[in-house]
Ligand binder design. Structure first.
Ligand code: ATP
Ligand code: K
Ligand code: MG
Length: 672
């Protein structure tokens, strides 16, 4: 509290104030009146008039301070979170491998992208990177606040590690991808502190509207100024003063929303942080409020993502030994989790042993999302494994025949939600490997909730249609697209966007990166690859597939809060017309007394009451700006109607009541 008040005072500098044009007008008014008050005091004008002018000046300063205070409070939450992150950001010892593979001790600040470091159990990962060898349990609580360890491993979609997190078991070789000062932790701190917060297009549009309104009022008030000089009656000269005109301007300008606009944006951002989501831009949060399509990939997003080989199915006439051997050989250098699990299954279950040292010049064919196959060429023998349709194409292109049995094995595995990988040696299909994956618990309810919010969920996977259908049914998504390659993920998003939809996408793989870059709201899983995290405009530290529900709620709440408070701020003016106009001009046009139906005591009490209301309403609405207006899973129209009712009608009525009460209080304490 004291700190925020201090910060609010500190923000009273022109270069800070000018960033918020509406409040800048109030600021200039306050400075101007202060100067006039000082001059008047020195010239010794009438005490009572001076007292009144000083009161108006003070209320203007209070208005400026309240707006600053709202910002300070909103920023405060981020400050606390950033402080705790900064504690995990310090230089640590790193074991960098030199050209000969020898570990050399350096500090994390010396590391450059491309360096390879060794990290063993108990040590802190010195800098962001990608695991290139090994599997380990990692404690990421320093950044996620989540205490249960996560698995990080080479090859797959769980390969990225963050500097500042701790390896709990085993050891990893990590290829560094960032340098000191530009790490994920640094970015997080920046994002959370709001240092990089830029105004979104929506905010700018609203800002322009508010400034236009302010300028109109400024012109209106300025044209009134001559009345104070040439007023023919003494009564008019007494009321149409610079102080009163400044008060009129400040009351009419949209100061309420002007004061709270940036606090609303900042607190939207920190509400998202509290959900363990980091947004790289405020724009993405706003887009989340309007999203109506969600694309998710299957493996690792909807399923647990650790697809493990569980069975080998041999084609008739092929020996189990030959299949296990081919499966093992084709996976020897396959560093994906799938590949490693095939090696394990071949070694453990099929008791397959191969002296890999005796293999002559193997040429490995790594897995790629585009070919959906992997394997090895050993002299004249070609071993391959991969998605059934890809392998079928490959086999047919070699002029060989495709056994019907392979299709039926693949279908059987796929119908149960598993992923079949067909294994071939040269042009012969030997059999099928069954990979098993598990749908994450609780996702069905989450997709139901999304549907209620009007968001259609579409699973998009590189897997075959049968597996996709089985998993889609189990998870309860609205639709699915199978056999997708990276380009088709991108194409699907573009297609939806061209049809006028706002698309969100959740993904973790390098093959998801192009699509993530295209999506309006792109949520990368923190467990995902560096490429995915770079392409996304949000990062979910919990890596939860349905985090989008929370993100959408925060986005909608942000848009609604801004809309509601704008409505409120503008409808407030009605009561102020009735309070101030008669007060100012009753001297000139006595007929205006009829407008004073609130029966405010005197022009002075009326103006002070209106100005006080105008200042205090900012404080009163800070909680709404920070918390956001209440959001429920209702249709958009229903929500809009409800908000218009509360904030529109409320905005018209409330100031009448409060201004009347303030007027009565002022009267009681003797203001005349
Ligand atoms: N190591 C591998 N070797 C050969 N083929 C593989 C390997 N891993 C996966 N595949 C095959 O390639 C297909 C596409 O793989 P990938 O996991 O990259 O798809 P994806 O587009 O990321 O979809 P999702 O992650 O939603 O399942 C898989 O369905 C599988 O049939
Ligand atoms: K105002
Ligand atoms: Mg994937």
């Amino acid at each position: 509290m004291m700190q925020n008040i201090f910060l609010a005072v500190k923000k009273c500098q022109p270069q800070v104030q000018i960033k918020n044009p509406v409040m800048f007008v109030v600021y200039v008014g306050a400075v101007l009146l202060t100067v006039i008050d000082v001059l008047n005091a020195m010239m010794g004008v009438n005490q009572r008039a001076l007292g009144y002018n000083v009161a108006i000046t003070l209320i203007l300063w209070a208005t400026v301070l309240f707006a600053n205070y709202a910002d300070a409070v909103a920023e405060g939450r981020g400050r606390a979170q950033a402080e705790s992150l900064k504690k995990s950001r310090h230089a640590v010892l790193a074991h960098r491998l030199d050209k000969r593979g020898q570990a050399v001790d350096v500090t994390s600040d010396d590391l450059q992208p491309g360096d390879i470091v060794q990290v063993t159990a108990g040590e802190v990962i010195p800098m962001d990177g990608e695991v290139i060898m090994g599997t380990a349990a990692v404690d990421e609580s320093a950044i996620t606040g989540e205490s249960s360890p996560v698995i990080r491993e080479a090859g797959g979609d769980r390969s990225s590690v963050t500097g500042g997190t701790t390896v709990l078991s085993d050891n990893l070789q990590v290829k560094i991808t960032a340098r000191a000062g530009e790490s994920f932790l640094d970015q997080m701190i920046h994002m959370i502190e709001g240092a990089k917060r830029q105004k979104t297009p929506n905010e700018i549009a609203l800002q322009i509207l508010l400034v236009t309104l302010t300028i109109i009022f400024l012109i209106v008030v300025a044209t009134l100024l001559p009345f104070s000089q040439f007023a023919n009656s003494k009564a008019a000269a007494q009321t149409i003063t610079i102080a009163n005109l400044a008060a009129l301007l400040v009351c009419l300008a949209p100061t309420t929303i002007g004061a709270l606009l940036s606090a609303i944006g900042i607190s939207g951002m920190s509400r998202l942080n509290q959900e363990n989501v980091l947004a790289k831009s405020g724009r993405a949060i706003e887009a989340a409020g309007d999203v109506d399509i969600l694309l998710l990939d299957k493996t690792g997003t909807i399923t647990l993502g650790n697809r493990q080989a569980v069975a080998f199915k041999t084609i008739q006439g092929v020996s189990a030994h030959d299949l296990a051997e081919a499966a093992l050989l084709s996976s020897m250098a396959d560093e994906t989790p799938e590949g490693r699990s095939v090696v394990n299954l071949a070694r453990e279950t099929a008791q397959m042993t191969i002296d890999t040292k005796r293999l002559m010049d193997p040429v490995f064919v790594p897995f790629s999302a585009a070919t959906r196959m992997s394997g090895v060429d050993i002299q004249t023998d070609h071993y391959r494994k991969g998605a059934a349709d890809s392998v079928q194409q490959y086999i047919l292109s070699l002029g060989a025949s495709w056994p019907a049995e392979a299709t039926s094995f693949a279908e059987e595995i796929a119908k149960n939600g598993g992923t079949p990988l067909v294994v071939t040696k040269n042009a012969t299909v030997l059999g099928v490997i069954a990979l098993k994956d598990i749908v994450k618990p609780g996702v069905r309810d989450q997709f139901n909730a999304l549907r209620k919010m009007g968001i259609k969920s579409v699973m998009i996977t590189g897997d075959n249609p049968l597996t996709a259908a089985a998993i889609a049914a189990e998870a309860g998504v609205d639709d699915y697209i199978a056999q997708a390659v990276p380009e088709s993920k991108l194409a699907v998003i573009k297609k939806y966007q061209q049809a006028g939809h706002l698309v969100a996408m959740t993904g973790d793989g390098t093959n998801d990166a192009p699509a993530l870059a295209q999506a309006d709201v792109a949520v990368a899983m923190n467990t995902g690859t560096v490429a995915a995290k770079e392409a996304g405009n949000m990062i979910d530290l919990d890596s939860s597939p349905t985090k989008l529900i929370k993100i959408v709620a925060v986005g909608k709440q942000l848009l609604m809060t801004r809309g509601a408070l704008t409505t409120f701020s503008i409808t407030n003016d009605l009561a102020k017309y009735f309070a101030i106009l008669p007060a100012l001009f009753v001297g000139l046009y006595p007929q205006l007394a009829v407008l004073n139906f609130m029966h405010l005591t005197s022009p002075k009490t009326a103006i002070l009451a209106a100005l006080l209301y105008n200042a205090l309403i900012i404080i009163g609405l800070i909680p709404v700006a920070l918390r956001g207006v209440r959001y429920r899973e209702l249709g958009a129209e229903q929500l809009l109607r409800q908000n218009l009712l509360v904030y529109g009608v409320g905005g018209i009525l409330l100031p009448f009541v409060v201004i009347k009460i303030f007027d009565m209080i002022l009267t009681i304490i003797g203001v005349k």
